[in-house]
Design a binder for this molecule. Structure first.
Ligand code: PNS
Length: 178
């Protein structure tokens, strides 16, 4: 019997965007099983907790039968090996992503030679999209409709309203000269 082709799509997903979702859909069509793996936030910098990230990802991938959502801590390659994954999926938005992604892919290859990193070009309409920019736009009162899955914008607004997001609360700051 042929071994199942398992891939891992790791990330911070803080929060999941439509760019992530596009990669998830396309990667799940290429592998028997796709594990979307939320990395532990060991620096404590995430806006969303692990549970919330899992919940949001679970909801938006509910229609994809071969996609599972998990959290992991420690080295990605150790986790990938444990899950018998052959590939790590990473999305590439622009050339600026490449340097960091290439460094990670080479380090992962050095640590675990049998696991391949597969880069997928993002859909061009999402090429400027990142979780960070989405958070900033919502924080400053802008709309991210069409850029994040339904429900994620609402959750973001709720978080920010409850003051769960760092940043200055002062308005119209002026600098005194002289
Ligand atoms: O969404 P992100 O923040 O670009 O994802 C980065 C992530 C989580 C894939 C990367 O930081 C990672 O693999 N972390 C796990 C720890 C690890 O294995 N570090 C060595 C990578 S070479």
């Amino acid at each position: 019997m042929q071994r199942k082709r398992i891939a891992i799509y790791p990330g911070s997903f803080d929060p999941v965007t439509n760019g992530h979702l596009d990669i998830i859909e396309r990667a799940s069509a290429l592998f028997d099983r796709l594990i979307v793996a939320v990395a532990e936030d060991h620096r404590g910098e995430s806006l969303f907790g692990e549970k919330e990230k899992l919940h949001m990802l679970g909801k938006v991938t509910a229609c994809l039968d071969n996609v599972v959502i998990e959290c992991f801590s420690g080295l990605l390659v150790d986790y990938a090996k444990k899950r018998k994954a052959r590939a790590i999926i990473r999305g590439l938005r622009a050339v600026s992503d490449f340097e960091y992604e290439f460094q990670m892919a080479l380090m992962n290859k050095k640590l675990q030679g049998k696991i391949e990193t597969v880069f997928m070009a993002t859909k061009e309409i999402y090429s400027y999209l990142s979780s960070s920019i989405v958070k900033e736009v919502v924080l400053l009162g802008g709309s991210v409709e069409g850029l994040v899955p339904e429900g994620v914008e609402k959750r973001l607004k709720e978080k920010i309203k409850r003051g769960h997001y760092g940043g200055t609360k002062e308005k119209n700051l002026k600098i005194k000269k002289g």
